[in-house]
Write a protein that binds this ligand. Structure first.
Ligand SMILES: [Fe+2]
Length: 350
């Protein structure tokens, strides 16, 4: 088998609030709804995946953090309960999923061949992180398509944004090679939020939408600026601005999923379709699709040259608060830093 395909790539953020608001049977807490515009956006994702009928869903999550190397889920069947450590009141989700182990192994082999350190996760009792589970539920609640899940190596925080995103670029190109080698038809899911400054107080009723708004004007303007470029297919400009966007809004893109996805897709200058945008405790969340199948760009031929992420002079030995010891949820990570001193400087986002 050869000549795999990347049918489509989605910006598919993972606020657990969206699963909570939907009240699926797998999640224990009950809600009155909320965040409808984002949930309706995910309906478009579900419809598109229905039409594309991929062999596999591949997801890169910031909340499976591995200090050393890029890990890939590699147990055929995984089940258990995923709990958001910061919002256990919203997300206690019972999952049951199948992994495409052959593809996972090919990804790890290709990544190691490109000079990364990669390992296949073989622990049958491993508890899959809430970012992976949330994005997969929102994209495909039937759980009837095998998945491949990547950890987010902490290199952008350990090292700096430039070096970290360079690793994610390599991981994406390795993913492309693995798909070519195995002949899989894949959909990619970048499980990340955009601007990531957030409020610290949760309303008594979490889904009371009158509390929901952007964290600040600059974050909102940054999100809109980046989305505007993505909708026009000006992806080189997006990647040029990416380090500054990350620096000024604490965008979760720093964890690498977006760069991984675009490297795997060989950085198409293709207009993304925005399905919806919404704030969740102040963070900016866009649900978007780059449908390569529709654009005639899905077939993989050659490994793809791509282009590396654009560097950012002087960026970030500036980890989130908590630094290297940060917990497995971003909601906590940005806390003291963000509210103490991390607000974007005036003029950011233009
Ligand atoms: Fe997150």
């Amino acid at each position: 088998m050869a000549n795999g395909e990347i049918l489509s790539g989605f910006l598919a953020p993972h606020p657990p609030h969206l699963v909570y608001a939907e009240n699926p049977p797998q999640n224990e807490p009950r809600s009155e709804g909320g965040w409808e515009q984002l949930r309706w956006a995910y309906e478009k994702v579900r419809e598109s995946i229905d039409e594309l009928r991929p062999d596999v869903l591949m997801v890169h999550s910031p909340h499976w953090m591995t200090q050393l190397g890029h890990h890939v889920l590699g147990v055929r069947h995984l089940s258990g309960k995923s709990v958001d450590p910061i919002f256990p009141n919203l997300f206690r989700y019972t999952y049951d999923l199948e992994v495409d182990v052959d593809l996972a192994e090919a990804c790890a082999e290709e990544a190691n061949g490109m000079g990364l350190l990669s390992k296949v996760m073989r622990n049958p009792n491993f508890r899959v992180d809430y970012g992976t589970i949330t994005t997969l539920h929102l994209a495909r609640p039937q759980w009837d398509i095998p998945v491949v899940g990547f950890s987010a190596n902490n290199s952008p925080y350990y090292l700096n944004t430039e070096e970290g995103l360079d690793e994610m670029d390599k991981l994406g190109r390795a993913t492309r090679r693995a798909l070519e080698r195995t002949g899989r038809r894949a959909v990619l899911l970048a499980s990340v939020t955009m601007s990531h400054l957030h409020y610290r107080e949760e309303p008594e009723l979490p889904e009371d939408m009158h509390f929901e708004r952007p964290f600040n004007h600059d974050s909102y303007r940054w999100d809109m600026r980046m989305i505007d470029l993505m909708r026009e297919g000006r992806m080189k400009e997006v990647f040029t601005l990416l380090p500054q966007f990350i620096d000024e809004t604490f965008a979760e893109f720093k964890a690498g999923a977006f760069t991984w996805m675009f490297a795997a897709m060989d950085y198409p200058e293709l207009a993304g379709e925005l399905y919806g945008f919404g704030n969740v405790i102040g963070t900016g969340n866009a649900v978007m699709e780059w449908n390569l199948a529709k654009a005639g760009l899905s077939r993989i031929s050659g490994s793809g040259q791509g282009h590396p992420p654009v560097p950012t002079p002087g960026d970030a030995d500036r980890p989130f608060a908590g630094g290297l010891d940060e917990p497995a949820s971003d909601w906590a990570n940005t806390g003291p830093r963000v509210y103490g001193e991390g607000a974007p400087p005036a003029g950011g986002g233009r």
